[in-house]
Design a protein around this ligand. Structure first.
Ligand code: CAA
Length: 445
């Protein structure tokens, strides 16, 4: 069986930053701690006037290819995952391919291109498609480019506004990968839900509180489905557990739930019992409400134990380093979480080669997916080449009036003419619309 997985990763952030505590909270009349401690986000990345899902995706792909010495002939497939598409027919991957053809020799005429939709989980699904294409032997020795790109904007004054973000993650899926090998087993939790959707509208209709519950319910199903084929999951089996991260507070809840599940009937549950008791078992309760109360009480106690805190600090916290400063990137978010954890390992000089990741993806509507990845020996070289810290530091810090104008610029229902706030350099930019209302791009040296 060929080893297939992620061979290279590149992250590209929107070039503007909205500081939630300093700039957003005062205008919302909110306590800054609601965002920094409650949701767990310090700032959101937002797109400048000349940026959109195509420019961010193309910029990530361009740098990934340049850094890895790739040519267009090396790419046999481009899949874009997005929930911010602006065309119901022409896929974003064709625009990105056009951008890449403008800067590299040759063309992508013989690469298969597509666009994947299932809310935030479509980035992971695109990796699956690439994996299957390679395992089926249809790739002719070529690699697949998967690009997860979103401008995750909410309507003004929606509770989701505090979780906005914009950015892209490009990933090269190939045989004998340098970063992680994907396992064959997957677990799914999928149901027809209306937690978050965009029925032919730009900004989502969101039932925020319910979406949190749906995320947890589907993730639990996915874990159980995975265990039915992959065996029991145990906390010590995984160096990191990257989850889809709409905001770090969501991951705090998912991690608690996952940990409680993974330690049930283990020596960890036994060891914690003198301190916090044993986990409530449903069969011991006649009343559902009483069972739920007991579970809540157990979870409250569990989250304060040294053992849980140490696991969380080691396994979950490193996955959130980038998300705390960029917000939700929808399709890219779980892939940012993986990259973030590996980046922390490199910064701390740790050798994680051969260690395993448990990856939890989620898309509203709704579906969760669980799979395992094994870290490969080229991970450090790849991750050390990330320039995301420099990108984050060079973002333009918006004041609130600028934020309002930028939100309007990217609102499809509004026509506003605003100067860009950053000067493009060595990047693809949006430069207006053509005769058929198509979007046009060029590379700025
Ligand atoms: N200090 C510390 N913490 C504070 C605080 C303060 N002063 N004020 C509030 N908090 C805490 C709250 O207790 C809460 O934490 P817990 O949930 O752990 O109790 C947290 O901050 C958020 O506060 P609220 O629940 O009051 O916030 P809200 O109702 O205004 O918004 C939200 C929360 C509904 C999730 C909203 O952000 C939202 O709608 N987000 C978009 C939807 C979303 O991201 N859903 C996640 C699952 S769906 C998904 O994952 C797909 C996707 O990408 C969209």
């Amino acid at each position: 069986m060929t080893a297939v997985g992620i061979d290279a990763i590149e992250i590209h952030t929107g070039k503007l930053a909205l500081d939630l505590a300093e700039t957003f909270a005062p205008e919302m009349g909110a306590d800054p701690a609601k965002y920094t401690k409650g949701l767990g986000i310090y700032s959101s990345s937002l797109p400048d006037v000349h940026e959109d899902i195509v420019t961010m995706g193309a910029n990530a792909a361009h740098r990934l290819m340049e850094r890895n010495g790739l040519e267009l002939d090396d790419i046999g497939r481009i899949d874009v995952a997005t929930e911010s598409a602006f065309d119901n027919s022409k896929p974003v991957s064709t625009y990105i391919a056009g951008c890449l053809e403008g800067v590299f020799e040759g063309d992508l005429h013989h690469a298969n291109k597509g666009e994947r939709k299932f809310a935030c989980i479509s980035g992971t699904q695109s990796i699956d498609d690439a994996y299957n294409w390679i395992q089926a032997g249809r790739n002719r020795g070529r690699a697949a480019l998967v690009i997860a790109t979103d401008t995750a904007l909410y309507a003004r004054d929606d509770p989701g506004e505090a979780t906005q973000g914009a950015g892209a993650v490009a990933m090269l899926i190939d045989e004998n990968p340098s970063v992680v090998e994907l396992s064959k087993q997957q677990g799914y939790g999928s149901a027809d839900e209306t937690d978050f959707l965009k029925p032919n509208q730009q900004f989502p209709s969101v039932d925020g509180k319910r979406s949190v519950q749906v995320y947890l319910a589907r993730m639990r199903e996915a874990v159980e489905d995975y265990e039915s084929i992959g065996g029991d999951l145990r906390p010590e089996d995984f160096r990191y557990v990257p989850f889809h991260t709409p905001f770090p507070g969501m991951v705090r809840k998912a991690a608690m739930l996952g940990y409680r599940h993974m330690i049930r009937d283990t020596e960890i549950e036994d060891a914690l019992a003198p301190e916090i008791g044993r986990q409530p078992r449903q069969e011991a309760f006649d009343d559902e409400e009483a069972f739920r109360d007991a579970v809540r009480e157990y979870m409250d106690a569990l989250k304060g134990t040294d053992r849980y805190l140490a696991w969380h600090d080691r396994t979950i916290e490193p996955t959130l380093d980038i998300a705390r400063h960029v917000g939700n990137w929808y399709t890219g978010s779980v892939h940012v979480a993986r990259a973030s954890a590996l980046k922390r390992a490199a910064a701390e000089g740790e050798d994680v080669t051969g260690d395993r990741l448990l990856v939890g993806s989620y898309g509203s509507g709704a579906q969760a997916e669980i799979h395992v990845e094994t870290i490969q020996n080229g991970w450090r070289e790849e991750v050390s080449a990330f320039d995301i810290d420099t990108q984050l530091e060079s973002r333009y810090d918006l004041d609130f009036a600028e934020y309002e104008r930028i939100h309007d610029v990217h609102n499809h229902a509004k026509e506003v003419d605003v100067e860009e706030l950053t000067t493009p350099s060595e990047e693809f930019v949006f430069e207006g619309r053509g005769r058929m209302n198509e979007r046009k791009y060029r590379y700025v040296d």
